[in-house]
Design a protein around this ligand. Sequence first.
Ligand code: IPM
Ligand code: MG
Length: 364
Amino acid sequence: MMKGTIGIFEGDFIGPEIMKEAVKILEAIENKFGHAFEKVYLEASGPAFEKYGTHLPRSSLSMAGKCDAILKGPFGGPPEQLHHPKWSRVEQDAILPLRKHFGLHTNLRETKTIDSLLHLSPLKEDVIKDVDILIVRELISGIYFGEKKERMVDGEREFSDVEAYRESEIRRVAVNAFEFARRRRRKVTLVGKSNVLKSSVLWREVVGDIHQSYRDIVYEYMHVDHASMQLIINPGQFDVILTSNLFGDILSDEASVIPGSIGLHPSASLGDTGFGLYEPIHGSAPGIANRNMANPISAILCVALMLRYSFQLEEEASHIEKSVIGTLDAGYRTQDLFTRRDDPGKLLGTREMGDTIKEFLMKG
Ligand code: IPM
Ligand code: MG
């Protein structure tokens, strides 16, 4: 029996709706496998700003630090209110500090096609069949965290951001990428822009050196412009893609359209201990909030990643993943996955999708 404490940031708009389904699945796993997780709800983002004047209260950070893992819903406001202080700095004041504070340098984003959803992809079915890519994105350095400046030059404003990487910051995420590749199809593609950027030259040198200790892994380097094209024309060539913070942000959104819906994508952010932060890669979707319409699968798959990486419960993790696939293979759909070829009787709301996955899980 596993015990543990899980911190939960419910997030904004669809956040609480999908996180409720994630907790439903976590509790089903606890019942089925005899585990006991304490759940601690933590405040952040817009509602915390209204209450405390900050997007990430110190108390939430210190309580999060006492947990074994964090489940996080999406943070963020509606597009028409993004200039409002309640929302305007959520990214810089809550999301990035949360990652940085806990040293979560390795962000994992998987793109796997699901056979029963191949028709949803904008790409041709024969191109995307069996695609299974793990993007390993550096998460707490690079241009996101480099020096930011505003100055006047010749009477006009100049704003700048700095892309800087230290060897140690590259090394720790690169080692993780090779380790993951060993448990997969044993290929690592480093993506950078070393024909232009100094920092990418350092990435190539450091990662090339690390490869010497992983001679069983096929290793290659690709420029980011070419990689973004290859992701579309031949995504099946990739196994593990290792890249910097900014390139990983962009390439992971690009990769997420391959299986057809961004609503299927969880992510894990890991540091040097078992502690991890698990969050969907999509946003808070204010347009469909409170209508029982959002797809809870990304949040449910976050629970699977958490059980796998923070609690080493591989059987439980893959049981959740199989239950999700089983539900989709049986034709159940949320509205983002629904097309004319689907059975309208199997179009489900957020709660019903959670219930159906739970049924698969309990009987499986
Ligand atoms: C993501 C998001 C964040 C990022 C934003 C919201 C700061 O796009 O997790 O990919 O750029 O890292
Ligand atoms: Mg992003």
